[in-house]
Design a protein around this ligand. Structure first.
Ligand SMILES: [Zn+2]
Ligand SMILES: [Zn+2]
Length: 339
């Protein structure tokens, strides 16, 4: 595919999409009903449909029976870890293999013209972003993902929170499935914004930000505190009356869905003319500029409301620069007053 029909490439070889990221059409005023109808399929397909499918497959084939889950034990915890690790290895690994190792699409639709393997850096374990990110994912983040999973399954299995049945609450539970990606966005924005507070940033979140040019393995490369808080989004289903399958879906939006922001390409060419949108650009801008786009695609547009939204356009850039200038002036004034 010709990526220059969809965007532009600068002298450094970095590609940027044309146009800008719009908020989902239900935020439009006056309401645009047709646009909302058109938006619905892309909200569900392919990514959320994938997370629903994996949640159902887990429920059917992976999650132990309720009697087993009443007691926490290494047996089923390790089994869940093994499946999570194998699934991430397959999913993230195949994107990494085809697009970063074999480079089947070259740098078409690639935001950063360089590949992480070309830039060894001291900030990483073994000076390699790939090895560092890979090890952190499998030794830190996936174990903590599994810990969250074990905890909420154990609580559900013991009947300590409501376990609503699909037969009796079909509409309520369907609505909860529908809103789960929005719960994800709010949870992620809040913990992420908090982790950008300088003392916590240096201690925790800087680990994730070492990858300025993220690749799939960067997605779950986190400090343990971040890895736990990030997956703890599933605990919302212990607070609101829910069902463990939806909690599992919520967990998969976090665990499997983390890759979306870190694919590094705007579109993956599955075949010559079937591209899949990755929804990676806003989070790519977050890795590039740090202080924009703490949330996601704006399902609940907290970035817009708090003034940190960068929609990928020239105007978005200008707004960000103006904000940075203001911040600098504030800091200088403070320093002047202190002297
Ligand atoms: Zn990230
Ligand atoms: Zn961040």
């Amino acid at each position: 595919m010709d990526d220059l029909k969809y965007g532009t490439r600068n002298k450094r070889g970095d590609w940027a999409p044309n146009g800008h990221q719009e908020l989902p059409p239900y935020w439009a005023w006056p309401p645009k009903f047709l646009a909302v109808l058109k938006w619905l399929p892309e909200y569900i397909w392919p990514w959320n449909a994938f997370h629903i499918a994996t949640a159902l497959l887990y429920w059917r084939f992976v999650i132990p029976d309720v009697a087993t889950m009443r007691t926490v034990s290494w047996g089923w915890a390790l089994w869940l870890y093994a499946v999570n690790a194998a699934a991430i290895f397959l999913m993230y690994g195949s994107i990494e293999l085809f697009y970063y190792v074999k480079r089947k699409q070259g740098t078409r639709f690639k935001y950063n013209g360089k590949f992480p393997a070309e830039n060894p850096s001291d900030v990483f374990w073994f000076k390699s972003q790939n090895i560092d990110n890979f090890l952190r994912s499998f030794l830190i983040s996936i174990p903590l993902w599994t810990l969250v999973e074990v905890l909420f399954l154990w609580v559900f299995a013991n009947g300590w929170v409501p376990w609503l049945s699909w037969a009796q609450n079909p509409w309520y539970l369907a609505a909860l499935v529908f809103f789960a990606p929005m719960i994800h966005e709010v949870h992620f924005f809040l913990i992420h914004r908090a982790m950008h507070w300088p003392p916590i940033y240096r201690w925790v979140h800087s680990v994730h930000h070492n990858s300025v040019n993220p690749s799939p393995w960067s997605s779950l490369s986190m400090h343990p505190v971040e890895a736990f808080l990030y997956h703890a989004v599933a605990f919302w289903h212990l607070v609101i009356p829910s069902n463990p399958i939806i909690a599992l879906f919520q967990l998969h939006i976090a665990g499997f869905g983390a890759v979306n922001g870190h694919i590094g390409f705007d579109k993956l060419e599955i075949t010559e003319d079937t591209p899949v949108d990755t929804h990676a650009y806003l989070h790519y801008l977050h890795h590039k500029y740090f202080e924009v786009n703490y949330g996601g695609d704006g399902l609940i547009p907290l970035d817009k409301w708090f003034g940190s939204w960068h929609d990928g356009s020239k105007e978005g850039d200008a707004q960000m620069q103006a904000r940075f200038e203001k911040k600098k002036a504030r800091m200088n004034a403070k320093r002047g007053a202190g002297a």
